[in-house]
Design a protein around this ligand. Structure first.
Ligand SMILES: Cc1ncc(COP(=O)(O)O)c(C=O)c1O
Length: 383
C-alpha cells in the first residue's frame, strides 16, 4: 500500500454551516444598537434539548466537564478527610476534582474487558470515609450502572458518573443522563460535539441536587422569590451565548455524528480481527457512545512496547495515535502526593498497552484499511 497520512484529528465532531450560522445570528444581534450577549434564552433551550437527549430530568450546562465535576464535589460537600473512589484509567481531572476539595482519591482496579471501573473492586475499597464514587464511561462504553446502583442503595454512597466521553451512549437501551446522583459531560473540542471548543454539563434526576449545582454555577443566585437571594457562595461557570447557540446545532446532529463514528469503529474492529497481537475493545456497536477506539497491544505476544509501536506507526506509516491514558497516579502531581499503582495491577498493565487509533466522522474506508494494514506492517517490522 502507498504511504498516506492519517492524523489523530483534534476535532472529534462535525462543525458545519448551521453551526456557523448560529454564531453569526448571536453576533449579528449584538451589533444592534441595543444588542447584548444577555439574556441567554439559548441556555435553557440547550439544557432542555440535552435533558431530552440524555434522558435526565434536569441539566445544568457549565463551561467544562472539569467544572461539572467540581460542582458535583462541592454540592456533595466533599472535604478534607473524605475519600472518593475512581478509576486510574482516566483523564487527570476526574481525580483532580477530588484533590481540589482536599480529599483523598482511592483508585480501584478496572475490568480487563470493558476497561471501566470494576464494581467489585470498588466495594473492596469502601471505608467509613468514602463519600462518593466516580466511575467513567471510558471511551463512551457505559459502565455497569446497575451494579453501581446496588452499591449506592446498599451503602448510601452517591455515584457521580464522568460521562465526558459518553454523550449519546446507552445502557441496556436507556439514556445514561439520569443515572446515579449525577453525570458530568464534556463538550470540549475533541469530543463528539463541542460548544465552540469548550463546554460541559451536569445531568441529574435529583431536582434539589441540580438546583444546588445551578447555584454554584451562577454566583449562588437563588431566583424566584420577591428579591434575588444569595444564600451560599457560588462562581461563574457559565458558557457564553454563542456557545449555547452552537450547543443547540451540535445536538441536532449528534446522533448522525455518533452513527458515523460507530460504523467506522465497528469496521476497524473487523479489519483487526486477524491480528492476534492486538486486543480489540469490547462493546463497539449501537449502544456505544463511540468517542474513542482504544486497542491494547498484547505485550505478552510481542517483543516491543506500546511506545515503540506508536512511534513506528507515526514515523514510518504516518498514522497518528493518542494515549488514553497514562494511569492517573503516574502524573508528577499525584506522585508527589504519594499515589502509586497499589491495588490496581490490571490498570497498571493495561495503561501500558493502550493505543487510541484515529477514527473520526470524516475517516474514510480507505483510511481504515490503511490503518489496519499499517498496524500489521508495524508489528512485522518490530517483532
Ligand atoms: C474522562 C474525562 N473526564 C473529564 C474531562 C475534562 O473535560 P473538560 O475538558 O471539558 O474539562 C475529560 C476531557 O478530556 C475526560 O476525557
Amino acid at each position: 500500500m502507498q504511504i498516506r497520512e492519517v492524523p489523530f484529528a483534534a476535532m472529534g465532531g462535525i462543525y458545519e454551516a448551521d453551526d456557523r450560522a448560529a454564531v453569526d445570528r448571536v453576533v449579528a444581534a449584538a451589533l444592534d444598537a441595543n444588542g447584548n450577549f444577555f439574556p441567554m434564552p439559548e441556555e435553557n433551550e440547550f439544557q432542555t434539548l440535552l435533558a431530552r437527549h440524555e434522558r435526565a430530568r434536569r441539566v445544568v450546562a457549565v463551561n467544562s466537564c472539569g467544572t461539572a465535576l467540581d460542582c458535583c464535589m462541592m454540592a456533595l460537600g466533599i472535604k478534607p478527610g473524605d475519600e472518593v473512589i475512581t478509576t486510574p484509567l482516566t483523564f487527570v481531572c476526574t481525580a483532580g476534582t477530588v484533590i481540589a476539595r482536599g480529599a483523598r482519591v482511592i483508585f480501584a482496579d478496572i475490568d480487563p474487558v470493558t476497561l471501566n471501573l470494576d464494581p467489585l473492586k470498588v466495594r473492596a475499597c469502601i471505608t467509613p470515609r468514602t463519600r462518593a464514587i466516580i466511575p467513567v464511561h471510558f471511551t463512551g462504553l457505559a459502565c455497569d450502572i446497575e451494579a453501581f446502583d446496588r452499591i449506592a442503595s446498599e451503602t448510601g454512597i452517591p455515584v457521580i458518573y464522568d460521562a465526558a466521553h459518553a454523550v449519546g451512549a446507552l445502557y441496556k437501551g436507556q439514556g445514561i443522563g439520569g443515572r446515579g446522583q449525577a453525570s458530568c459531560y464534556s463538550f470540549q473540542s475533541n469530543k463528539n460535539m463541542t460548544c465552540l471548543g469548550e463546554g460541559g454539563a451536569v445531568t441529574s434526576n435529583d431536582e434539589a441536587f441540580a438546583e444546588r449545582v445551578r447555584q454554584l454555577k451562577t454566583f449562588g443566585y437563588i431566583y424566584g422569590g420577591p428579591t434575588l437571594r444569595v444564600a451560599s457562595i457560588g462562581f461563574n461557570y457559565r458558557m457564553t451565548k454563542p456557545q449555547y447557540a452552537v450547543g443547540i446545532t451540535q445536538l441536532n446532529k449528534i446522533d448522525r455524528v455518533i452513527r458515523l463514528r460507530q460504523e467506522r469503529m465497528v469496521k476497524l474492529n473487523e479489519l483487526l480481527a486477524d491480528v492476534p497481537e492486538i486486543i480489540r475493545p469490547a462493546g463497539h456497536g449501537p449502544e456505544h457512545g463511540s468517542h474513542l477506539y482504544v486497542v491494547r497491544l498484547d505485550t505478552d505476544k510481542v517483543r516491543f512496547g506500546a511506545s515503540a509501536f506508536i512511534g513506528h506507526l507515526k514515523s514510518k506509516y504516518k498514522v497518528g495515535t493518542a494515549k488514553h491514558y497514562p494511569p492517573v497516579w503516574s502524573w508528577e502531581a499525584f506522585q508527589q502526593l504519594g499515589y502509586t499503582a497499589k491495588g490496581c495491577p490490571l490498570a497498571e498493565k493495561i495503561c501500558a498497552q493502550v493505543v487510541s487509533l484515529p477514527v473520526f466522522p470524516r475517516t474514510t474506508d480507505e483510511d481504515l484499511h490503511y490503518v489496519a494494514w499499517a498496524i500489521k506492517q508495524t508489528i512485522r517490522d518490530l517483532n
